[in-house]
Design a protein. Structure first.
Ligand code: UDP
Length: 334
């Protein structure tokens, strides 16, 4: 195992939602993170004061070279990127820039400056409308929106780069990430949220009037979209496992689903929010949203077995409770 005392982890997008939770998980496990974030959607306050922070862009090659040298970076966790499916349909070039071109620059910085381990935030959107459910990692990847394609291209770049250079990687294909740190240290804070659980808890707290239900004619039991919601702390813990696996076996690369292997419909999620808050949020049935598949549920056997990852918060009501607690704490802060 690398020496946690000297070997630092560069976390891109560390001021964002998942990145900030990964920093907490790294610190809790004794690793020392360094953050680079351009603060377009992240918040400086989301990064703990004792974590070195650089405001900058991951395509700035001289800056990356300096950070890697100054902090003895041994691994990169790459969270920075754009994450909204409908926005990727409206503005695909933004996604191919932020998610694909900038990842290329970052991977090049890793290779050029001798960083040997790379952990990448990939997505279940790489599968598109999967042929089978739950989806296994070897299910064909046929993304149906630019977001999924922008991330899949980065998986390809990592695979090819690892074959040619001294670098191993883990691409974690996230399912639907939600919730907040149970200790209230971080949570989802970006204004103008579009993700279902965040939107629903905002509505429950009166920050918006209603929640849209995008489509009731999907090929699912109740007609609304089904997703596999995973607590952000379990996802963050998976990143620490991935880091340690990459260091322990430098010849091995991983592409792994990260979900609980269970699906909940939009209606089931809204029911959970009503249950937790003991009130009823206003539901506004609308048509389908562009780029949405019917159902996305992970087969998570591979990550459970390979990393010994043990989810701690596999409970939709608990995820909602933590999201709600953070939303309350956030108040009008953003
Ligand atoms: N959804 C919805 N209303 C919303 C936001 C999302 O009905 O305000 C639905 C969406 O169509 C999908 C599911 O909830 O079926 C999850 O969408 P989200 O945007 O949270 O994540 P995605 O799966 O697109 O990454």
């Amino acid at each position: 195992m690398a020496d946690k005392g000297t070997f630092r982890i560069l976390v891109t997008g560390g001021a964002g939602y998942i990145g900030s939770h990964a920093i907490l998980a790294l610190k809790d496990a004794g690793w020392r993170p360094v953050v680079i974030d351009n603060l377009t959607t992240g918040f400086r306050w989301a990064v703990p004061g004792d974590v070195p922070f650089v405001e900058g862009d991951i395509e700035d090659a001289p800056l990356l070279a300096k950070i890697i040298a100054d902090h003895d970076i041994g691994a990169i966790m790459h969270f920075a990127g754009s994450i909204i499916v409908p926005e990727s349909v409206e503005n695909p070039l933004k996604y191919y820039h932020n998610n694909t071109a900038k990842s290329r620059a970052l991977i090049e910085a890793a290779v050029t400056n001798g960083v040997k381990h790379f952990i990448f935030s990939s997505t279940a959107a790489t599968y598109g409308v999967p042929e089978e459910s739950p989806v296994r990692e070897d299910t064909p990847t046929l993304p149906i929106n630019p977001y999924g394609r922008s991330k899949l291209m980065t998986e390809y770049m990592l695979r090819d780069t690892a074959a040619a250079h001294d670098l191993n990687y883990c691409a974690l294909r996230y399912f639907n990430v939600a919730g907040a740190d149970p200790q209230g240290r971080s949570g989802q804070s970006t204004a103008g949220a579009t993700h279902l659980i965040k939107v629903a808890v905002e509505a429950a707290l009166g920050k918006r009037e209603s929640v849209a239900i995008f489509g009731t004619d999907y090929d699912t039991p109740d007609g609304t979209g089904v997703r596999d919601y995973i607590h952000v702390n379990d996802l963050a813990a998976a990143h620490v496992k991935a880091l340690e696996a990459l260091i322990a076996a430098p010849q091995v690369c991983h592409t792994l689903n990260c979900g609980y292997g269970k699906g909940f419909s939009v209606l089931q999620v809204l029911d959970a929010v009503d249950r937790v808050t003991n009130q009823k949020i206003v539901r506004d049935v609308q048509g389908r949203r562009a780029g949405d598949p019917d159902s996305l549920i992970s087969d998570n056997a591979a990550i459970l077995e390979r990393f010994g990852w043990l989810p701690q918060y596999d409970d939709l009501d608990l995820i909602v409770r933590h999201a709600l607690a953070w939303e309350r704490k956030l108040g009008d802060r953003t």
